[in-house]
Structures are given as structure tokens and as C-alpha cells.
Write a new protein. Structure first.
Length: 543
């Protein structure tokens, strides 16, 4: 009880808990025999970081922040504590000298463990405390980075680089030589580590870059696993591959394009987790979500989601299907490509080379009595007209358009040749979206908005945040992404305006009158809420 009392006194002294909260936790601890600190965390009285600070004072050892969990890479600490041991025991080596090894731990180890570690390393052990979550992140970051750096700088890679000779005529490829290069152990390891590192970091870019000398070998390796033609370097190619990562399936879409400096490869990562397909988790405001979900309950009509490539349109539509699909509803999709597979939904992949286009697939769908149809993208008048005809004959149709905002979707349909009265009669709702980066919760920095920010952008919050950077976010200052939205339900006022002349300025004035938020206004709400920055919103939207 003395240890519990001392811990409680420290927490009260630091104003982290009250006397009443301590008493409540001690009663619970007596019944459950849990450690007092875990009871306090479970009750929501303190955080894990609060507990580690108090324990460090109680036990007389230092508590370190996430920014301090940076091992000395030049000391090859992985040889002292291997990655499997570090992950199993949550032990992160930080530095060493001739006599001692400094480690960070998530909880105070017992004397037997410390003695065994001393015998294993041959060094005296100096211990500092951090939170278990921060230790796990730091271990993953340190060991994955050092593994990748060692692969890139290894003698095997150097040897492979020396064997590589770039041909001057990129259109002529020695297939056997390319296959051999792509199959070399260091090249395989390098590509595998690059992909794993990008998944661990949830990154859009893969760092560090591979040696220039291995460019062709790395591209060939990616082509092989993506089922592309490694002998063809003159034309763009698209492919894909799947992998298992932390007990879930990941799909990777691969695109190659020939440039004057060689082939450029872009890999797009698609996470198959079903929790990503939740409308509430995407970034809608409550009023926007109410309008969107109401449109989904209609038995017919056309819903468009607009935005540039890579803005998350497909994810929003899949989340919409995930919201409404059931055994009683016949849902059919035609996509290019099928990015997420949803149980109970009939999904069709476009194959233009055999005549299976969006338009031909849609015509076939209408003979199969679907309730809901998802069309990956409206690209031409024929597809647009079939979508509209389907929505006017009792089907709910969801699709995407490439426009800068929601109201422009209406004028785009008219511009490609759809009659205004058909547009007016079919559209139920239009939503535009962009993806924004979210501030890292571990390092975001609060500040008072400047007078210019208040006058230029209408900021009303007393405090907003800017990106700073720490070890968790790889010193970028952002961690994770969400969407900002512009949602316009098409009511009778908008329908009359569409039939009248569909003037873009008039529609924007009506949008303002009805107080439907623009992308920029929606983004400012997230700035004032402290989840992103003004700079991030300005990079994807404008007033």
C-alpha cells in the first residue's frame, strides 16, 4: 500500500488527480488487484504519460518525451539488442559507450530482467521511462529505418550496382538480363523493405530513395510482382499486387510512365480495412452527413461526388454503399478498377479491350433490375445519359465527376450535352471533396491567430495550431488524413435555376443564400477545431 500511497501523493501533488479520484481508484484497485496506475487510466483520470511521469519520480528514474526516443544510428545498436527482442520486451536502445547501454522502457523492468540484459549485452544498463505507445512507435521507426538503410548501403547492393549497365536504347531490353537483375536478393530485399516502410509510416512517398544505379532493376522487380511486361519500356502500363500486412489485406496499384530520364513508377496503397468505409469517420460535418444520408435513403435519383484524382471520391462512395447495403437491396457496380470488395455487392471491372465499357455495362445492368448502381466515373455523354435515364426510372445511381466544386458538376453535365431538364429532374445531391493532412497530436503547436489571419479568413477561435514535427510524424508535423466536403442537396429552388439557365455564378449565389458550406469554409472549421492548419486548407481550396 505504501507504493500506491506514494504514487497517489505524487499525482495529487502534480494536480493530475483529486483526492476523491484517488479514493475511488483505491477502492476499485482493492477489488480487482490491478495496478493503481492502470485503474486511474481506465477511469480516465490520467493518461499513460501522466502515469509514467509520476512513476519516474516515484522510482527515481528519468521520463523522456517522444522526441527524445531517437537511438544513435551510428552506434549499430541493433547488434546489441535485436529487433525481435526489442519488440517482445518493449526495450529501445538509445546509446552506448564502453561500459554502459542506455535503454528506454515502457514500464519499469524487474531486477532479474535487467541482470539478464546486462549478461546478454556485457554492459551496465541505464534505464529511462516513456509510454508504451511511444516506445512501440520508436522501435518500429528505428528498426525499419536501419534495416532499409543497411539494405541500400550493403555490399550486396553495391555489387549489384556495379553489374548494372544502362543501355542507351531504352526500347531494347535484354529480357533474361532484366529478369536476373530483378531477381537478385538485394534488389528483392530493397523493394520489400521500401514497401514495408511506406506501410509502417502511412507515407505517400517511399524514403530513402534507392541507388540510381539500381533504377532499372528496382523498376523491373516492381513490374514482375505487378504482372506487367518488363520488356516494354515505351508505353505506360498499369498493374497491381496484393500483400498481407499486420493481419489485413493491402492492395497496391502500380502505374508506370516512360519519361526522358527513364521509367517513372507510382504505387498507390489501398487499405482493405472495413473501418475505413464509415461515412462518419471520413470528415463530414453533422449537417452535411444528414443531407448525404437522406439522399441515400431515396429509392431513386443521382448522387455525384466530385474532385480531382486522388481526393478520396471512391472511398466516400464505397462508404455510402457500406451504409445502405443489405441482403434486401440489389447493388451493382461498374468500376475501373474495383478498389474495395464489399460482401453482398455485385462488382464489375471495366474491360474496354473486349467492349466492356461503363456505358455497355450500365445497359446490361438495367436488364438485371438493380436497386442501386455505382458507376466509377462519368466520362462522356453516353455514360451520363444512361446514368440519368436509370435514375429517372427508379434506380439510385452513385457516380463521380472531375470538377473543382459541387455546383460545377451541374454545368459540366450540360456542357457535355445533357439537356438541363434531364439534369434538373435526376440529380438528388452533389458533393465535392478534397483530402487534407491532419496535425500530429503529439507535437502540434498552439498560437493566437494574427490579425491578418482573422481578417482574411474569418478565424474566430482564440487559439489555432501549426505543424511542428516530432519523431512520431517523422518531423513533418502531420499524421493521417481526412476529407473536407461541400455538400449541396438539390431542392426545388436549385432545380428551377438549372432549368432556367444553369448559370454558375447564380448557382453559387444560391448556395451562399442557403448556407451550404464551401470546401474552404468546411476546412476552416477543422482549423478552428485544431485538427489541421490554415496552410493545409489553402493548398487544396480557396475562398
Amino acid at each position: 500500500m505504501r507504493l500506491n500511497s506514494l504514487l497517489g501523493e505524487i499525482l495529487i501533488g502534480k494536480k493530475m488527480i483529486t483526492v476523491q479520484q484517488l479514493s475511488q481508484a483505491l477502492v476499485e484497485q482493492k477489488e480487482t488487484r490491478e495496478p493503481l496506475g492502470q485503474v486511474l487510466i481506465r477511469f480516465g483520470f490520467i493518461t499513460e504519460a501522466n502515469l509514467r511521469v509520476a512513476l519516474s519520480e516515484q522510482l527515481g528514474i528519468s521520463f523522456v518525451s517522444p522526441d527524445e526516443l531517437v537511438p544513435r544510428i551510428d552506434q549499430r545498436l541493433k547488434e546489441v539488442i535485436p529487433p525481435d527482442f526489442a519488440r517482445k520486451h518493449l526495450v529501445l536502445p538509445l546509446s552506448r559507450d564502453e561500459r554502459s547501454l542506455k535503454i528506454a522502457v515502457g514500464k519499469m523492468p524487474d531486477l532479474i530482467f535487467l541482470d539478464n540484459l546486462r549478461k546478454m549485452t556485457g554492459l551496465d544498463i541505464l534505464t529511462v521511462l516513456s509510454t508504451e505507445a511511444d516506445i512501440k512507435r520508436a522501435i518500429d521507426l528505428y528498426y525499419s529505418v536501419t534495416d532499409l538503410q543497411e539494405v541500400v548501403s550493403s555490399s550486396e547492393v553495391d555489387a549489384a550496382s556495379q553489374q548494372y549497365i544502362e543501355t542507351k536504347d531504352e526500347s531494347r531490353v535484354d529480357l533474361e538480363s532484366a529478369m536476373a537483375e530483378a531477381g537478385q536478393a538485394p534488389v528483392v530485399r530493397l523493394v520489400d523493405m521500401m514497401i514495408k516502410k511506406s506501410l509502417d509510416d502511412r507515407a505517400s512517398d517511399i524514403l530513402p530513395p534507392p541507388p540510381r544505379e539500381l533504377h532499372n532493376a528496382v523498376v523491373s522487380r516492381i513490374k514482375i510482382i505487378s504482372k506487367l511486361d518488363i520488356a516494354e519500356k515505351r508505353v505506360p502500363q498499369d498493374g497491381s499486387f496484393s500483400l498481407s500486412y499486420k493481419a489485413r489485406r493491402i492492395d497496391v496499384r502500380v502505374s508506370t510512365v516512360p519519361t526522358v530520364f527513364g521509367e517513372k513508377v507510382v504505387m498507390r496503397i489501398l487499405d482493405k480495412r472495413t473501418d475505413l468505409l464509415d461515412l462518419r469517420a471520413l470528415g463530414f460535418e453533422e449537417e452535411q452527413l444528414r443531407h448525404f444520408e437522406l439522399a441515400l435513403t431515396r429509392p431513386y435519383g443521382l448522387i455525384f461526388v466530385t474532385g480531382p484524382t486522388g481526393s478520396g471520391k471512391s472511398t466516400t462512395l464505397y462508404a455510402a454503399l457500406n451504409k445502405i447495403h443489405s441482403p434486401d437491396i440489389n447493388i451493382t457496380t461498374i468500376e475501373d478498377p474495383v478498389e474495395y470488395q464489399i460482401t453482398g455487392v455485385n462488382q464489375v471491372q471495366v474491360k474496354p479491350d473486349i467492349g466492356l465499357t461503363f456505358a455497355s455495362g450500365l445497359r446490361a445492368f438495367l436488364r438485371q433490375d438493380p436497386d442501386v448502381i455505382l458507376v466509377g466515373e462519368v466520362r462522356d455523354l453516353e455514360t451520363a445519359e444512361i446514368c440519368i435515364r436509370a435514375s429517372l426510372t427508379g434506380h439510385l445511381v452513385l457516380s463521380t465527376l472531375h470538377t473543382n466544386d459541387a455546383v460545377t458538376a451541374v454545368t459540366r453535365l450540360i456542357d457535355i450535352g445533357v439537356q438541363p431538364y434531364l439534369v434538373s429532374g435526376s440529380i438528388a445531391l452533389v458533393a465535392a471533396q478534397r483530402l487534407i493532412r491532419l496535425l500530429c497530436e503529439d507535437c502540434k503547436e498552439a498560437y493566437r491567430p494574427t490579425d491578418k489571419e482573422r481578417s482574411d479568413y474569418g478565424i474566430r477561435a482564440e487559439t489555432i495550431y501549426r505543424a511542428k514535427g516530432c519523431s512520431k510524424c517523422r518531423n513533418i508535423g502531420y499524421w493521417g488524413r481526412a476529407a473536407i466536403y461541400e455538400v449541396i442537396p438539390v431542392d426545388e429552388d436549385i432545380r428551377r435555376l438549372i432549368v432556367k439557365d444553369a448559370n454558375l455564378d447564380a448557382m453559387r449565389r444560391l448556395q451562399k443564400e442557403k448556407k451550404y458550406e464551401t470546401l474552404f469554409q468546411n476546412g476552416l472549421k477543422k482549423v478552428e477545431r485544431g485538427v489541421t492548419t490554415i496552410e493545409e486548407i489553402l493548398s487544396v481550396a480557396y475562398e
